[in-house]
Design a protein around this ligand. Sequence first.
Ligand SMILES: C[S@@+](CC[C@H](N)C(=O)[O-])C[C@H]1O[C@@H](n2cnc3c(N)ncnc32)[C@H](O)[C@@H]1O
Length: 334
Amino acid sequence: MTDQVIGRKPAHATIEYFDDQHPPLGDFMRDVVDGLSATPRSIPPVYFYDQAGSALFDQITELPEYYVTRTELDLLESISDELSLRAGPGAVVIEPGSGSSVKIRTLLDALGDAAAYVGLDISKQHLVEACEELARDYPDVAIGAVCANFTTGLKLDHLPLPEGRRLVFFPGSTIGNFEPAEARAVLAGFRTGMRKGDAVLIGADRVKDEQILVDAYDDAAGVTAAFNLNLLKRIRAELGAQLNTDDFAHKSIWNRDLERIEMHLVAKRDTSIELNGERYVFEAGDSLHTENSHKFTPESFATLAKDAGYTLVKHWSDPAELFSLYWLEPKWEA
Ligand SMILES: C[S@@+](CC[C@H](N)C(=O)[O-])C[C@H]1O[C@@H](n2cnc3c(N)ncnc32)[C@H](O)[C@@H]1O
């Protein structure tokens, strides 16, 4: 059920609307219980992003080892003229998983005359703050915030969006956090918010040297470790679990066969997590799998795009071929 859009304002110095689609959050307990009961144990990465997790992710993006953000930003800047031509005047940019809405600034600068921006994220407070800040800095762009889960399609019909080409912007290689079948479904779901002529601009990290990848997810300053361990803090604070975060260590592993980085929380000693009347025992070395970050070759990404119902129109990479951006257009029935 979608709330009525409220608070539309004539000037753009603040956000035009906040649309709360009430993504179900009550599943945290169920997902953690299911994940701790499964073999192997795992928890979906969406739960990383409470206020503290979002702030830690922002710190990660500035780490020397984490080449992803700066490479993608440089790449966006280097192709800005072409992006502006492709998007055309008065584009409406929609960003699922907008987070701090940082990269969008580079895209809005590149486009020059975007008419509107929709930040869409599951982390409500962070979303609204980020969109408010963006609205102050881009008074000529009509900015709105939508609290929703982007894995269930984009529900945009009720929003006061201008008529320009809709450009779904999905940077940060967030698509890599999903298993291949889920990634196809997420991409296919974006089409629910698109019309003929619209496009997706998506950033995807590339398969590369193993050490570069492992270091990017296990930095010397320990910020990624804190990000990973924050999940246990949330489980303790919000679900009332009894656990000792010091009993777990962060680990990043390159899974060559599945072409993905895996993040794990590994028990340093025999320990347990008590939750909802159950005791989940961890022996030293046992793992709780917390995130996958799939990496792509241009060929594997082209297959994903095609299987999700898109034509891959153009692909760009940085000179070191660390990261790629792709322009996709939905295939429509004739
Ligand atoms: C890795 S951050 C990316 C932020 C930004 N787009 C960037 O590239 O810098 C992922 C963001 O997606 C949001 N997110 C993750 N899963 C989501 C979901 N299923 N629905 C909506 N937002 C989600 C998180 O709250 C977080 O802000």
